[in-house]
Design a binder for this molecule. Sequence first.
Ligand SMILES: *Cc1c(COP(=O)(O)O)cnc(C)c1O
Length: 220
Amino acid sequence: MSALAEIRARIATAEAAAGRAPGSVRLIAVSKVQPLDRIEAVLAEGHRLFGENRVQEAAGKWPALRARFPGTEVHLIGPLQTNKARQAMELFEAIHSLDRPKLARTLARLAQELGRCPDLFVQVNTGEEPQKAGVAPAEADAFIAECRSLDLPVVGLMCIPPVNEEPALHFALLAKIAARNGLAGLSMGMSDDFERAIAQGATHVRIGSALFGARAYEPG
Ligand SMILES: *Cc1c(COP(=O)(O)O)cnc(C)c1O
């Protein structure tokens, strides 16, 4: 069985265990830093949803791959600087890292200008870690309201739990914030914890190393 088939099977098992409909969880294949041949192998197997965490890196590889593999969707899962916002809006079908008012205002202005906007996930810093992006849990409701007042298409929330804590608690917190704000999307769960994320309601799991193999280095 290929790594892709194995991950798909694990997702299906986790969906069933949680009493969720088959296909209710989307697999984002996190292709950052991976060699092209590994990405092409997953595309050749029919997978069409990928995640990148840098605008520049995605701009370098995805236009050519999209031309060869129609229907491909690429999501930005890493931090976004406002000076790269325009390029990001042109490159990605979704942005999972909306995390501050200045970025929200920039995206809103560009959406007016371009006449469209990718789906947006608000990143929540559930562990309140100083070095990590995302709005604090206590500020999430107000920030989501602000994004909505700017007419931004917020479809869900995203989190990256602290490395040394039980992720399920963070997934549950994210699900609670989403529910009280009427948001259906939950971008949570990575290679080591995606089954636990699915148990807590994840709609998008972001899986890199378990699918492609270890990365040669970690992007900063
Ligand atoms: C790299 C990355 C992932 C994938 O991590 P793995 O542990 O390799 O599955 C998921 N989400 C974000 C935001 C990432 O930067």
